[in-house]
Design a protein around this ligand. Structure first.
Ligand code: SF4
Length: 378
């Protein structure tokens, strides 16, 4: 519904200053201006001494959505999803996937509908069947057990996770004690730990640092999970450096480009917003870190799987909402939320580009070989 009134950003409604050139028609925060007109009379019919600005505005409160960019799928997730799609195409259902291919409920449910079977142990995969390893990677023990069962293995591990595995192997060979900063129960950390279990100590928080005892003559290095919080990791690394001044850092940052870019966008944009919505699943480490990043900057954040997870009480007195998505969250779920806020709150969208991102990963060798084999026999 639209309404014509006189406004001044200094005076109450219906009070105006008369001036032909005076620019005073700034809309109030909740009103979206539809049209401005020069008028000579007030709404009550009182004559003016000169023209004033009248503003036609919507009575519907409006909201601004700040849409963070980059957000959503990273190169590793794109590659892992394409692996499962191609294996389903090549081999037909069922295709077994060891652990969730990426930590997103919708991605997993969509694949289940297409015939993928997600398993938590290799023993659940029938001998001789095809198994895809998730983007988070697996330990060598899992590969050995799969080989022993005669499984066809397609490795969708993100190359940036493989890089951390290789660093762990290299440091362990050089007799380092490795402090792996990460969440002990996360698939990625479990896989990396499996590369050198006797050389790795896991450190989850600054509080853990005090309890780490390493003989003085040992060489020490640290590695990190790829999806850690930049804030937390820097605090833990500072505490480790204070306790072990000769600790070696990885040759190249382990926290991946996608985690860094999405967190940096929230770091920059959250302070100008009243609320942050992160699209992602509860078991997605990088999505949870985005909520924490917002809250560390003083803006309330919520993690939602999709539009059905929104609670409209959150939007009371909210004018600006930052929307972003974890690296495993599909874009259609983001757009569903944007559409809902447009329809319900008259929201308008502002796209905010914080960092360029053009990373792409090749499909893994194991899949390319499978495709060649399939082409040769058909
Ligand atoms: S979040 Fe980073 S490490 Fe994880 S799959 Fe994406 S690019 Fe790879």
């Amino acid at each position: 519904m639209a309404r014509l009134t006189f406004i001044s950003h200094r005076k109450p409604l219906n009070f105006y200053r008369v001036s032909g050139r005076h620019r005073w028609c700034r809309p109030t925060a909740y009103r979206r201006v539809l049209e401005t007109r020069r008028v000579y009379k007030t709404v009550s019919g009182r004559a003016l001494y000169g023209p004033a600005t009248a503003v036609l505005y919507t009575e519907k409160a409006f909201m601004k959505i700040v849409l963070a960019n980059p957000r959503g799928f990273c190169a590793g997730v794109n590659m892992a999803i394409e692996c499962v799609e191609r294996v389903l195409e090549l081999r037909g259902a069922p295709v077994y996937v060891y652990h969730e291919i990426v930590h997103n409920r919708h991605v997993v449910e969509r694949f289940v509908r297409q015939g993928a079977v997600f398993v938590d142990t290799i023993d659940e995969v029938p001998a001789g069947a095809t198994v895809v390893y998730s983007a988070h990677g697996v330990s060598p023990e899992i590969r050995q057990r799969a080989t022993a069962r005669g499984l066809v293995q397609v490795d969708a591990t993100c190359p940036l996770v493989t890089k951390v595995h290789n660093e762990a192997i290299r440091y362990a060979r050089q007799k380092f004690t490795i402090i792996l900063i990460g969440h002990a129960d996360h698939d990625e950390v479990v896989g990396t730990l499996g590369e050198a279990p006797d050389s790795i100590v896991i450190c989850e928080s600054v509080n853990d640092v005090a309890g780490i005892e390493i003989p003085a003559d040992h060489r020490i290095a640290y590695l990190t999970q790829t999806t850690l919080s930049l804030d937390d990791a820097s605090k833990i690394i500072a505490a480790l450096k204070a306790k072990f001044p000769r600790i070696q850092a990885p040759p190249k940052e382990d926290i991946c480009y996608a985690t860094t870019n999405r967190q940096t966008a929230v770091q920059k944009l959250a302070p100008e917003c009243d609320l942050v919505l992160v699209v992602g699943s509860q078991n997605s480490s990088n999505s949870k870190r985005l909520v924490e990043m917002a809250e560390n900057r003083g803006t309330k954040g919520y993690l939602v799987d999709d539009a059905s997870g929104l609670d409209h009480a959150w939007f009371k007195d909210v004018r600006t909402v930052l929307i972003t998505a974890g690296a495993s969250a599909p874009e259609d779920l983001v757009q569903e939320i944007v559409k809902l806020l447009e329809e319900r709150y008259g929201a308008t969208v502002e796209h905010r580009h914080v960092t360029d991102e053009d990373m792409h990963f090749e499909l893994p060798l194991s899949l390319r070989k499978l495709e060649e084999h399939h082409a040769a026999i058909t």
